[in-house]
Design a protein around this ligand. Structure first.
Ligand code: NAD
Length: 463
């Protein structure tokens, strides 16, 4: 699509402004990129309280400390890491040159792509905007960000803060519902990174395909935790509990369900309940997040109702206390069957099905018969068995003997596989995702490729 084909108003005008600014300045140097990252860090440091308040208001309730720990701190770390590594990432990389082409030289140069689009969901609205933004700015791009309509307070705050920190032709925030989102994903971006659900990911990819815009899709799915025979049940219950209960279970890489050696279910529930009560007391605790919006809350209640009516046992991990609003006490679900929706759909809330297995092979088969997940959690002290489990399963990422923490490692890539997504960001892979990896061969003064020239019948020495 030509830029002139677009109506030059609203979104399209914002996009066109970034495109022409990029054309004027296609290769910002390292100092300019560092300055952009510094502005972003300052924006976060100076507005922590306002960020926590806005996200708390959008969720109904989320502890300010939790927001600092799971959004602000990892965002600042990502910025710090990219800033420190930037010069190395930007350096052209020397590559092997074939014998026949010596003394020519081969290299890969990293050029900015141009204008990058980022679509953000509501569950980690800061971190999932900043993560892609860091990679895209480090790679020298301009960025348009579409926030979720389910986080209106934070969306408005973030648009204002970004507007104060950056010229709109460098970074700009777009607000609006599904109609704006659809228009956004039809813009001819040089790259589009979408974080959200798998069904909407398909729509975004189809829209991007019309422009041949490359996509990174950060999607969802059911991430399993496998507890191997012999692993300490109390430790597993605590670490899985941490991963499931944080942010009210609304984490893309939260353990969705647990596979446990048969017979350990009751011990697991007891250990998780004791852990949850020690941490939170009851579900009214100010440290426990609400379900963030009504549609999602109703969906979670419907999942539980259906499972209960079909024979599942629901074990509450916390007493309700003086619960109000959309808070929902975390539960373990036992005796689930494959025909229940809770066993099929990504749960994305504080419900944890526990599935007993008879052999580790059965547990691996259960995982492999389903869509490839975004994350997999393995709890096992036997090193050889962990290696074999990793070799025999597939997922976007893995944390061994804990949950969630692979996402917090800035030097390893983050992303899904199959229905949980495609492409990677974070660290060097993020820099490359947002860069054009340009192949350059430099011919030497002494032309070494005469062998390629006709007449082909003549020996090289006579050419
Ligand atoms: P969602 O797919 O409903 O919405 C995500 C974003 O897409 C929002 O900004 C929304 O406005 C936009 N959108 C809606 N319709 C669109 C359209 N037709 N075209 C373009 N954009 C459109 O997801 P959600 O409910 O906000 O988030 C929950 C989902 O996101 C879960 O499935 C979760 O696993 C996933 N998620 C994944 C990651 C990850 O990193 N892989 C992180 C967080 C959440």
């Amino acid at each position: 699509m030509n830029l002139t084909d677009l109506p030059q108003t609203g979104l399209a005008a914002a996009f066109a402004a970034q495109r022409s600014a990029f054309a004027r300045e296609p290769m910002p140097d390292a100092a300019a990129r560092r300055a952009n990252l510094d502005r972003l860090a300052l924006l976060l440091k100076n507005n922590q309280q306002a960020i926590c308040e806005a996200i708390c208001a959008d969720f109904g309730h989320r502890s300010h400390t939790e927001t600092r720990l799971i959004e602000i701190f990892p965002s600042l770390e990502a910025i710090r890491y990219a800033r420190a590594k930037l010069a190395g990432w930007m350096k052209p990389s020397r590559r092997h040159t074939g014998l026949w082409f010596l003394p020519g030289r081969s290299e890969v140069r990293y050029q900015p792509l141009g204008v990058v689009g980022v679509i953000v969901p509501w569950n980690y609205p800061l971190y999932l905007a900043i993560g892609p933004l860091v990679g895209a700015l480090a790679a020298g791009n301009r960025v348009l960000i579409k926030m979720s309509e389910f986080g209106p307070n934070f969306g408005a705050l973030f648009a204002r803060l970004i507007g104060e920190a950056f010229p709109p032709n460098l970074v700009s925030v777009v607000l609006g519902g599904a109609d704006v989102a659809a228009e956004f994903s039809s813009l001819p971006f040089d790259h589009l990174l979408f974080t959200g659900s798998t069904p909407v990911g398909r729509i975004v990819m189809a829209a991007a395909a019309k422009n041949l815009t490359p996509v990174t899709l950060e999607l969802g799915g059911k991430s399993p935790a496998i507890v191997a025979p012999g692993f300490d049940i109390k430790t597993a219950a605590q670490r899985i509990g941490f991963g499931k209960i944080m942010n009210g279970g609304q984490t893309c890489i939260a353990p969705d369900y647990v596979l446990l050696p048969r017979g350990q279910e009751e011990a697991f529930v007891a250990a998780m309940r004791a852990f949850a009560q020690k941490l939170y007391g009851d579900a009214a605790s100010p440290d426990y997040a609400s379900v963030a919006h009504e549609r999602h809350y109703t969906r979670l209640l419907a999942l539980l109702d259906e499972a209960r009516s079909m024979g599942a046992r629901i074990e509450a991990l916390l007493p309700d206390g003086a619960i109000s609003g959309r808070k929902m006490a975390p539960v373990v679900l036992l005796d689930g069957t494959p025909d229940m929706r809770v066993m099929q759909e990504e749960i994305f809330g504080p419900i944890l099905p526990v599935i007993p297995y008879d052999s580790l092979d059965d547990a691996i088969a259960y995982v492999n018969e389903r869509d490839r997940p975004l994350a997999l959690y393995v709890f096992d002290d036997q090193r050889g068995r962990v290696e074999s489990l990793l070799d025999r399963t597939a997922s976007g990422g893995v944390t061994v003997n804990d949950c969630i923490l692979h996402i917090a490692q800035d030097d390893i890539p983050f992303g899904g596989v199959g229905p949980s997504g495609m492409g990677r960001y974070h660290g060097p892979e993020g820099f490359k995702t947002f860069s054009q990896q340009r192949a350059v061969f430099r011919q030497a003064a002494l032309n070494g490729s005469a062998i390629l020239h006709p007449p082909f019948g003549k020996p090289l020495a006579e050419k």
